[in-house]
Design a protein around this ligand. Structure first.
Ligand SMILES: Nc1ncnc2c1ncn2[C@@H]1O[C@H](COP(=O)(O)OP(=O)(O)OP(=O)(O)O)[C@@H](O)[C@H]1O
Ligand SMILES: [Mg+2]
Length: 306
């Protein structure tokens, strides 16, 4: 524990010193800067908070956010479990598992969805970040839409799978596929909150209403407790006025949900994916790593993570 604490304070020293250099909604939109540099308290809840990372638009940073927010929460002493809920299994490869190693259905979340007698704890893998565990994905998840169509209570399958591990973790993050189909409905039904990464691109704003509509339907039919934890602006480019204009637009339409932390566009994310590790360990003092640590602290302070 002492080891974790000293690690945490070292990391916080770095991020505190450079927090003011990072892009943030308040600063970009000319408001008083917010401060999330204070150390966070140890998690108090006895049950994990489950967060789905959702956007039906592809390539907006869902997987990158799941991996790096997870790693940042683990650095803060949280016990974190990540679920790869996308048939592309990019979260699994992003955590260092070779695609040739993930051909087997056994060991994946897909197997758990199909065999109710399987024990979820047997499927948990350790990442190279202390405190960061995951359940890997599988290409056959793409068949879920057709496979579950006639099942009763099909929306609740993931919620049931996760129930036995809720007390083992502080935070569980689900990396969703770029769709609002059966799998994402399962993820949202199993979740307490939703985090919506949004590329700072004009067309991305138009898709946000669809995500919110889906969340509304989930609240009405399968999970009344679901809440939006935040919209995270990603791939922000300081050099273009376009990113700023899009941020202003999101702020106007979704002020309460838009998070202050912004993830800037940097090639470091693609590099760390190739390396199969989070940016927080691949490039620990890069702005990408600092931003995801700041996001972890912001979410904790908003009650969006334990
Ligand atoms: N802030 C960023 N700056 C630059 N590149 C980024 C950033 N975030 C993610 N990327 C890169 O963009 C690509 C898409 O990111 P990612 O896989 O996280 O998106 P996604 O929403 O999960 O995609 P999909 O919808 O296909 O699952 C990846 O190559 C990733 O490394
Ligand atoms: Mg993805």
């Amino acid at each position: 524990m002492a080891n974790i604490n000293s690690q945490v304070s070292r990391l916080e020293d770095k991020s505190t010193n450079r927090d003011e250099e990072l892009a943030s909604t308040a600063v970009i939109l000319g408001r008083r800067a917010l401060d999330f540099s204070t150390p966070v308290a140890a998690p108090a809840a006895a049950r994990a908070r489950v967060i789905s990372v959702v956007n039906q638009k592809g390539g907006v940073g869902k997987t990158t956010t799941t991996i790096n927010l997870g790693a940042a929460l683990a650095e803060l002493g949280r016990r974190v479990l990540l679920i790869d809920f996308d048939s592309q299994a990019s979260m699994t490869t992003g955590l260092g598992i070779k695609s040739s190693q993930i051909k087997e259905q056994y060991g994946s979340i897909w197997y758990l969805l199909n065999d109710s007698t399987a024990n979820v704890t047997d499927f948990i893998l350790k990442s190279n970040v202390p405190g960061l565990d995951f359940i890997r994905g599988h290409g056959d998840l793409a068949a879920a839409e057709a496979a579950f169509v006639t099942e009763i209570a099909k929306e609740h399958k993931l919620r049931k799978i996760l129930a036995p591990v809720l007390e083992l973790y502080d935070d569980i993050l689900i990396d969703c596929s770029p769709s609002l189909g059966t799998l994402t409905v399962n993820a949202l039904t199993a979740s307490d909150g939703v985090l919506i990464p949004m590329e700072c691109e004009y067309f991305a704003v138009l898709g946000l209403s669809l995500v919110k509509e889906t969340i509304g339907k989930i609240q009405e039919h399968t999970n009344p407790h679901l809440r939006i934890d935040g919209i995270l602006a990603t791939m922000f480019d300081r050099k273009t006025g376009h990113s700023r204009d899009v941020l202003e637009l999101i702020d106007k339409e979704f002020h309460d949900e838009l998070l202050d932390t912004i993830i800037a566009r940097t090639v470091r994310f693609s590099e760390s994916t190739v390396k199969g590790e989070p940016i927080t360990s691949y490039a620990p003092s890069s702005s990408g790593a600092l931003s995801y640590r700041r996001l972890a602290r912001e979410l904790i302070s908003r009650g969006g993570a334990n």
